[in-house]
Structures are given as C-alpha cells and as structure tokens.
Write a protein that binds this ligand. Structure first.
Ligand code: SF4
Ligand code: SF4
Length: 163
C-alpha cells in the first residue's frame, strides 16, 4: 500500500484575514527610529519633492541618502523620526509605499508571532477594520494600501528601528 503523504498547507497563517485600524492621535510609526525607503524607479522621491515645492536635487540633498542595501531612503530628522513629520505628515497624499502598506509588510506578516510582536508597538494592529487575505495579498503586491483613517495619525517607519 502506498503511503499517504501529509499535505503541506499553502495557506498563510492569516488566511482568515487580519484586523488593523490606525488609531486617532497616534503617530508612533512616523516617529519611530529607522528609515523610509523611496522607490526611485516609481518616482516616489520625485513626488515628495514636488509636494514640498523642492527640486528633486534639493529634496534628495536635504532629506535622503542612498546605499547599495536600501537604495534611496530618508533618514531620521534632527528631532528623530521621519523628517517629513510636522504635526502630521507633510506629504500624506503622496506618501511612500512603505507608509501606505504598513503594517502589512512581509517581515511583519511572516508569522503570527511577528504580527503580535509588532502589535505591541502599533496599537492599531488587531483592532478595527478587517482585511481579507486577498486585500492583504494586494497590499503585499503593491496594489493596495492599509487605509489610514486620519492624516495626522498615520503611518509608519521602517522595521529595524526599536520601539
Ligand atoms: S499605524 Fe502608526 S499611527 Fe497608526 S496606530 Fe499604528 S503606530 Fe499608531
Ligand atoms: S507617513 Fe511616511 S512620509 Fe509621512 S511622516 Fe509618516 S513616515 Fe514620514
């Protein structure tokens, strides 16, 4: 008799969806230590420059750096956190994809444990709006975003920064 091979599940651990709603008066992720990656190839740095009324060269020189590992990115401002935060995101409507997709990042979604760990930093994780597996897949593919409920409270800094 042939042995029956156990079927390995292809389902991600969050197959039944996840809850997330950005919380009013919270802006922890924008002020978190870390970097904000900018997709030059998709014109993210150009859009930020335009939103700030700067030339691309001026924007890059004032706010960004570049290296082989991260590409173009924004470092912490002089007071810590994202340099484009000033009582709210100064570029909210054109904020980078990194900001639009938080907390649905591969490194956070890799396991329930990492999702719950991030939830100890972000009070919006595990509450409010329900995201289906397909919505999460779309965000991971860069075709959707985690809806921010208010401009002042929203979004992110990069993983790598400590709480
Ligand atoms: S996404 Fe950012 S601003 Fe919103 S609740 Fe989480 S940490 Fe706070
Ligand atoms: S949303 Fe992004 S670009 Fe805007 S302040 Fe926060 S980290 Fe910076």
């Amino acid at each position: 008799m042939k042995k029956v091979k156990p079927r390995l599940s292809q389902e991600p651990w969050y197959a039944t969806g996840l809850r997330f709603s950005c919380q009013p008066d919270c802006h922890k992720c924008c002020l978190r230590e870390g970097i904000v990656e900018l997709r030059e190839g998709e014109g993210e740095d150009r859009r930020l420059a335009e939103a700030l009324g700067l030339s691309l060269k001026a924007f890059r020189g004032k706010f960004t750096d570049k290296d082989d590992m991260n590409g173009r990115f924004m470092e912490d401002g002089p007071h810590g956190g994202c340099p484009l935060w000033r009582d709210g995101c100064r570029v909210y409507d054109v904020r980078p994809s990194q900001c639009r997709s938080y907390p649905f990042w591969p490194e956070i979604l890799k396991s329930r444990r990492s999702w719950e760990k991030e939830g100890r930093f972000c009070p919006g994780i595990g509450t409010g709006r329900w995201y289906s597996r397909s919505e999460i897949a779309a965000i991971l593919a860069g075709e959707g975003e985690a809806t921010a409920e208010r401009k002042e409270g929203v979004k992110r800094r990069v993983v790598g920064g400590e709480e």
